[in-house]
Design a protein around this ligand. Sequence first.
Ligand code: GLA
Length: 702
Amino acid sequence: MPITYDESKKIWVLETNDTAYSFGIHQSGKIKHCYWGKKISRFDDYPDLKSYRENPWWDWNDEIPVRGGANQTEPCLQVVYADGVRDVTLNYQDYHIQDNLLSIHFTDEYYRLSLTSFYKVHESYDLMERSIQLENHSDLPITIVNFKSASFYLPASDVYTLTHLTGMWAHETRLTKEPITEGKKILESRVGRTSHFHNPFFAVDEKATEDHGNVWFGQLAWSGNWKIALNKKPYEQIQISLGLNEWDFEYSLQPSASLTSPVVLSGFSSNGFGEMSSRLHRFQIEQILPKSNAHQLRKVLYNSWEATAFNVNEENQKALADKAAEIGVEIFVVDDGWFGERSSDRSGLGDWHVNAQKFPRGLKPLIDYCKTKGMDFGLWIEPEMVNPDSQLYSQHPEWVLHFPNRPRTTGRNQLMLNLAREDVKAFVLDTVDHLLSENDIRFIKWDMNRPVFEAGWPEEANQQKMWFDYIENLYTIWDTLKTKHHDVIFESCAGGGGRVDIGMMRYADQFWTSDNTDPYDRQFIQEGFSLCYNPKVMMCWVTDWGGKNSYPMTYRFHAAMMGSMGIGADLAGYSKEDLQTAKELINQYKQIRNTVQNGRLYRLMSPSQTSFSINQYLSPDSTESVLICLKNPMPLSMFQVLRIKLKGLEEKSLYHISQTDQIFSGSFLMNHGLDLDFRQELDVKAKDANHFKSQLLIIKKK
Ligand code: GLA
């Protein structure tokens, strides 16, 4: 049983194979945190709260802290009752255990508001999901102004480091580390999407490395405004709260209505960041990704955006499709520009009919053409948006987020439809459903290119619920579409990687990681991404960013092989030899992709810390390892041979290195290490070939 209530100690203990989380009932009646970390081998040793001294004027460590009483921590709940009272007093009622789900019930002492805190324990993944549900049993609305999903605590200490992912457009998910000092550290999104600036993920470690040390971590399943607060005060346990962002938020909970918070996925690793990532990656594939495609291999796609931009037509797309098919591409995707009066980003968004000048016979001839070439067909859409210069906007100016008496400020020349409105929700759902029902489309890239501002909804009394309802409606739309069109692969894109999170991952099969596809820059973005998202969902394209000849061709491809590979280069500019090389490298990727996409990732060398970026992927059956090694410019130009220790092999088994035809024991490869010789000229054509080099090794168990 993963969940136990110990009556004598009045504590709940939630155990996974390797970890434990515990809280209990204090003599004051309050529910307080007890323990989070490695599973304790003797159950009787789990601590209780008998010696915990509570001050009436200083309340800390509450499992569900609220605005009320003497609480000093970041609250999970702030409400305003109908009579103006803003103080919540939560009384514990009872608990319920059903298999791996624990529910703890509370009610307000006076007002008829109930709160249930859920804990879902995933024993074999060493992970736990938490969320909170509120129910209004009174006859009057209750206004919720702050609603978080969970609060965690770690023992007071000065040695913690916070790891999180920061960035901006074209530089998303950059690994950031900093000591946790006294005060508060806020990570958040206020832009109506997950955001490029921060990702809803945290890891706190005690001097941990990839393989050693304690790491506590969590990620939020939410694609709108969110907030993570780390709160440190002298001698107190460090608090970490996660959930919806209270900024500009107000939700009127009507009588008999309920509201459930986004889920937080959390865990603990005593073996460093590598184990943390591996647990999250496995859980995402097996439990979060849409079931229809979770275990399928991601196909190699070609996207014509960088080749033809808005200037798409049947002819030039067919010409690119010829080249794409020739090099082994499996899905051909037409990006922006195929619809409405869309000749630039100034017009057409919202008018989702095929542009008759560009495709006089509709999309069918191109789709059929791709099919005869053995490729699926895919399409770009951005259905949450509208250009002021469009038919849709002239028909429904009231559909966009806006305030009266204020400008409607555009971003990338577009306004945002208010998806919280039921009519807009129906329009978006019908539009995409229609597109997928009428055409043989097997892939959708769903974009969202601007943040929210001027977030007004003049017709609605409770305007600020928009922040919540927008995202819930987005999820419902994706869920409906995924259920009806389960053979269509959906990619979530938001001006690059602006909407990457595990909330979206329940419906999206993959993510557009970043618009930046420069193979050097990408290593940093991909390293951060891989910390908490599976390589399978990380789309990596080979393009001409950074200059086609600035990097060796193999280097560009190898950088893109670190996740699910696509091609975005302008193939019209590729010589016969280039196309042949591309074909060979795509073929090589197809041989290794099961291991990359479904295997276990070991980050052997970090581009942020060294001049190398080296990943090892171990296949699900542990018989094959793929080693992708990128060497970047380094000051020690004399140094060219690197010894690298592999991981996860069997000591006594023998392994064959395909590229060098050598055989070594697992013991040798893991303890002595493999020498990677970077002296060979891999691509002499590229002017910087001496600086940027790469190798790919396939290591098979004999
Ligand atoms: C965004 C995406 C790009 C491309 C363009 C099209 O910027 O991130 O990949 O689809 O929109 O307008």
